[in-house]
Design a protein around this ligand. Structure first.
Ligand code: HEC
Ligand code: HEC
Length: 192
C-alpha cells in the first residue's frame, strides 16, 4: 500500500470561498450531509481523490449528469480540489438505513464474492483513493448508479461497467440493500 500525502487547502480567503460554494451543494447533498432526495449520493466523508475525479468527469462530460454538469460548469480545478478536501473531511452521516435481512445479505455476499468487490472497495467498503466508499450510501442511489454502469449511461470507468455487465440487473437491489445497511461509523485505520 502506498501512503499518499494529503493535500490540504491553505487556510486563507480560499477557505471562505469553499464554504460559500458548499452552500450551493448543501441545497441537494444536505446541510448536515443527509441528501434531500434518495437518488442524491452522500458526499460527506467520501474519498477525496474520488470526489475530485467525479467533479472533473462531470465537467468534461465523461460522467453525464445534467444537474451536476450545470453545477460544475463554473468551477475551476482549484475550486474542485478545495471542495474535495472540504467534503472528504466531513463525517459521513448515518442515514439509519436498516441492515439487510439474512436472506438478502446471503444473496449480496454471494454476488460480492463472485466479483470480489472488496478487492477494490476494501474490506469494509470504506474505499480508498479513487475507489469510493460505499458503506451507508443511499440505497436508491446505489441501485441507480450500478444500473447506469450496466446500461452504459455511466461510462467514466470501463472496468466497473464490465463488472456490472457481468451481473444481472436483479443482483443490484440486494447488493445495494446490503451496502446501504452497513454502519458508516466503523472506524478504519488510515482513513483521513
Ligand atoms: C440540484 C441538486 C445538486 C446540487 C446543487 C449539487 N449536486 Fe452533486 N449530485 C446531484 C445528483 C442528483 C448526483 C447524482 C448524479 C448521478 O446519478 O449520476 C450528484 C452527484 C455528485 C457527486 C458524485 C458522488 C458519487 O458518489 O459518485 C459529487 C462528488 C457531487 N455531486 C458533488 C457536488 C458538489 C461539490 C456540489 C456543489 C458544488 C454539488 N454536488 C451540488 C445533485 C446535486
Ligand atoms: C477493479 C476494481 C473494482 C472492483 C472489483 C469493483 N469496483 Fe466498484 N468502483 C471502482 C472504481 C475505481 C469506482 C469509481 C469509478 C469512477 O471513476 O467513477 C467504482 C465505483 C463504484 C460505484 C459507484 C459509487 C458511487 O458513489 O457512485 C459502485 C456502487 C460500485 N463501484 C460498486 C461495486 C460493487 C458492488 C462491486 C462488486 C460487485 C464493485 N464495485 C467492484 C472499482 C472497482
Amino acid at each position: 500500500m502506498i501512503a499518499l500525502p494529503l493535500v490540504s487547502a491553505p487556510r486563507s480567503a480560499l477557505a471562505d470561498s469553499v464554504e460559500d460554494t458548499a452552500q450551493v451543494c448543501s441545497g441537494c447533498h444536505g446541510e448536515a450531509g443527509v441528501p434531500i432526495d434518495k437518488t442524491i449520493p452522500v458526499i460527506w466523508g467520501q474519498r477525496r481523490e474520488y470526489i475530485l475525479k467525479e467533479l472533473w468527469d462531470f465537467k468534461t462530460g465523461h460522467r453525464k449528469n445534467e444537474t451536476m454538469a450545470g453545477i460544475v460548469d463554473s468551477l475551476t480545478r482549484t475550486d474542485m480540489e478545495a471542495l474535495a478536501t472540504y467534503y472528504s473531511k466531513r463525517t459521513w452521516p448515518n442515514l439509519g438505513q436498516p441492515a439487510a435481512t439474512e436472506d438478502v445479505k446471503a444473496k449480496a455476499i454471494d454476488i460480492i464474492g463472485q466479483v470480489n468487490c472488496r478487492g477494490c472497495h476494501q474490506d469494509h467498503f470504506q474505499g480508498d483513493y479513487v475507489r469510493p466508499s460505499l458503506r451507508g450510501q443511499q440505497e436508491e442511489y446505489l441501485v441507480k448508479t450500478m444500473t447506469d454502469f450496466h446500461s452504459g449511461e455511466r461510462a467514466n470507468f470501463p472496468p466497473m461497467q464490465a463488472l456490472m455487465r457481468s451481473l444481472s440487473e436483479d443482483d443490484f437491489k440486494p447488493v445495494a440493500t446490503y451496502l446501504a445497511g452497513l454502519n458508516p461509523e466503523v472506524p478504519v485505520i488510515g482513513q483521513k
